[in-house]
Design a protein around this ligand. Sequence first.
Ligand code: NIG
Ligand code: FE
Length: 391
Amino acid sequence: MTPSPIVERAGSHSSLAITHIGELVTWDDDQPIRRDAGLVIEDGRVAWVGPSADTPSADDAIDADGRAVVPGFVDSHTHLVFAGDRAEEFAARMAGQRYEAGGIRTTVAATLAASEDELLRLARRRLAEARAQGTTTIEIKSGYGLDVATEERLLRIASELTPETTYLGAHVVPDGWDADAYVDLVTGDMLAACAPHARWVDAFCETGAFDADQARTVLEAGMAAGLQARVHANQLGFGPGVQLACEVGAAAADHCTYLTDADVAALADSGVVAGLLPGVEFSTRHPYPDARRLLDAGVRIALATDCNPGTSYTSSMPFCIALAVREMGLTPTEALFAATQGGAWSLRRDDVGHLRPGARADLALLDAPSHVHLAYRPGVPLVSRVLVAEV
Ligand code: NIG
Ligand code: FE
């Protein structure tokens, strides 16, 4: 049995040298992957990278003993704050039932019934689970409240856990509401309450959720309030979400499971990052997104968990990497890149997702000689130690 990984704050050492790194992934342009490397951290930042034998001394030291070191994973899409689960719904799907967006309302009811303390406790537990699997940057959305007070509460909880918080009042139209009246609320009082706690605004643009006009109204109102846009797009079928994301200049169009050639071209031309969430296809039995097609067209891709109780109840980036390699046409190196640098692009961050000097010292040591093992040894808890820079 592998012991639980140690998760520690890199800033707690004023300087720290890691030597004998069997394989160090930095994504540096000249030498993206080094063998027998060393790395020095000072004040929570990468200060030096080079051959192990030349590693400058520091206050503290870790001997990696041939293990691989990779940038901490950047999970650019999660719905971590909710109560209850939907295991029965999952079991029914595995027996042949289709996924429908309406299941979101089940989680809304459970979330409304939970106290703020309980929601925070549950979200912290899921965050600890993600951290132990190497995730060091995480985006968290609201969207299981759907009323002003609860959406605001979910965002307050999320912002205790991450700066990457997303207002997703436009997740689904709550029971008993007219869609346009609900959009008025989402762009009015709810936005005013939520914007102070959010960096991003998102909308689920899909049949059964919000159409293109409604989603555009929500995104534009959010942007006018100072938030940046990201979109749930083309998850359950072909549709307008990706084009909308490109038109409004969103950072990311997430899901991208059903894409026309025009959608792929729009992503490539606009630079909008395509967020691929294979945990969803695993749990809904939809076809996996074609990552190879996107890369070949010059689209920037990110890999994320979409951790949520309906379509993807996994917090594991290594699991998503393994799926992306096996089912989506990526090499292990491309999948790791999408799970680190790709996530950073999706969140418009240049300080995470890589380990070049200056980066935040967010990294994972693997109990393996190379990152290839993340896909080669699926389901095995290879992350043995995680360093997270002080925020
Ligand atoms: O990203 N697509 C919309 N939202 C979630 C599903 C939420 C749910 O079913 O509870 C997703 O897949
Ligand atoms: Fe989602």
